[in-house]
Design a protein around this ligand. Structure first.
Ligand SMILES: Cc1cc2nc3c(=O)[nH]c(=O)nc-3n(C[C@H](O)[C@H](O)[C@H](O)COP(=O)(O)OP(=O)(O)OC[C@H]3O[C@@H](n4cnc5c(N)ncnc54)[C@H](O)[C@@H]3O)c2cc1C
Length: 344
């Protein structure tokens, strides 16, 4: 069989899946890229701006889509999911379900790039998520920022926004013990964007401690604090109470050792990152290992390999920023290309 006939199936068209599709396509192999949504781009498409360089995420997606357009070997199928997979020797017979019906494809390797979801913060009844309309999760707020930036149609009376970090992360009683890794960065970004849009507003970020380990990350957070004047308060808020159309936050400033109250117009929760439902489904379908919390797992010798001819990349493996997801997409693609080359 010639090199050219080998096909990789990539499931999920976010930054990780896009990068993997481009790299395998550029190596000359066929790719079927399946995305359940009508458009590609994953969560990145929903973001207003991207840390650590305040970039417009849509520009990166557009660039990736242009690269895909130049690769006739990559077949993109949006509005499509994988609903069956059968192992046949060194390949899989996979059933794809689209809006128009289903069809079957033979593929020689699979990369799962099905991303993440946000933890449901309604478990924290004291914060009122799902009850008070102005308590939002971080992606809902990102969409608001996007709307306000694009349309210039901003609410007039936005005086104060409060961000609560670690909602469901590093919390053994109501959430998960792990650190979700990206929340410190996106909370700083969102607070900085609020200050850009509403220079007279006040922004409070309630934190346990902040983690900014990454290239340009510490400088990014410091610039938000020092140049955009976002106030960081160390302490986990105890309660949100609706008060005359606004939200009263009771917390303790653990550095000062005093109880504090802040009245905000909007409370934004930085929810824990958890595996998406698609990630769980694909793990079951391909019979691969997941860790304790449902993220895809590997052995450390081949860190992106979840099974024979099954690889994964991006946030389906654990919380990761967009650049990290792209690195993993490229690395998983390298695994597939190496496998295809060896087989010939
Ligand atoms: C509020 C917030 C702000 C953020 N801000 C930043 C930022 O400023 N900078 C930054 O670098 N990162 C940021 N991130 C992180 C960024 O969103 C992720 O790093 C990135 O989206 C991960 O890419 P991914 O491809 O792994 O997953 P995703 O982007 O989640 O993409 C997964 C794709 O798989 C698809 N899918 C799922 N299941 C299936 C299935 N069964 N079949 C087919 N398709 C499926 C989904 O529809 C989706 O398109 C932020 C995250 C959040 C929550």
């Amino acid at each position: 069989m010639s090199n050219r006939t080998k096909t990789a199936l990539i499931i999920g068209g976010g930054p990780a899946g896009l990068e993997a599709a481009i790299k395998i396509g550029q190596a000359g192999y066929s790719v079927t890229l399946v995305e359940k949504e009508p458009v590609l781009g994953g969560t990145l498409r929903k973001l207003c701006s991207s840390f650590p360089r305040w970039e417009n995420p849509q520009e990166l997606i557009d660039f990736k889509l242009q690269q895909l357009d130049q690769l006739p070997v990559v077949r993109v199928m949006t509005d499509t999911v994988v609903n069956a997979a059968e192992r046949r020797g060194d390949s899989f017979l996979v059933t794809l379900q689209g809006k128009e019906g289903s069809n079957q494809v033979d593929v020689d390797a699979v990369i799962i790039a099905t991303g993440f979801e946000l933890f449901d913060a309604s478990v924290y009844g004291e914060y009122g998520y799902g009850t008070y309309p102005n308590v939002l999760n971080s992606l809902e707020f990102e969409e608001k920022l996007k709307e306000w930036t694009a349309a210039g149609d901003k609410p007039e009376a936005l005086q104060t926004v409060a961000f609560f970090k670690c909602v469901g992360s590093r919390d053994r009683s109501k959430g998960y013990p792990y650190c979700s890794k990206i929340c410190c960065m996106y909370a700083a970004k969102q607070a900085g964007l609020v200050k850009d849009l509403f220079p007279d507003s006040k922004c409070y970020v309630f934190y346990m401690d902040y983690r900014a380990a990454g290239k340009e990350y510490e400088e990014f957070v410091r610039s938000v604090i020092e140049q955009k004047h976002v106030r960081y308060v160390r302490g986990r808020p105890a309660k949100v109470i609706p008060e005359e159309g606004r939200l009263l936050i009771r917390a303790e400033d653990t550095l000062m050792g005093i109880p504090i109250e802040v009245t905000a117009d909007v409370v934004v929760l930085a929810n824990a990152i958890i595996p998406s439902s698609g990630t769980k489904e694909m793990a079951e379908l391909f019979g691969i290992k997941t860790g304790k919390y449902g993220f895809l797992d590997s052995d450390s010798k081949s860190p992106l390999q979840a099974g024979d001819r099954v690889f994964f990349a991006g946030a389906c493996g654990f919380a990761v920023e967009s650049l990290g997801a792209q690195y993993q997409g490229a690395a998983a693609a390298a695994e597939v290309v190496a496998l295809f080359n060896q087989a010939d």
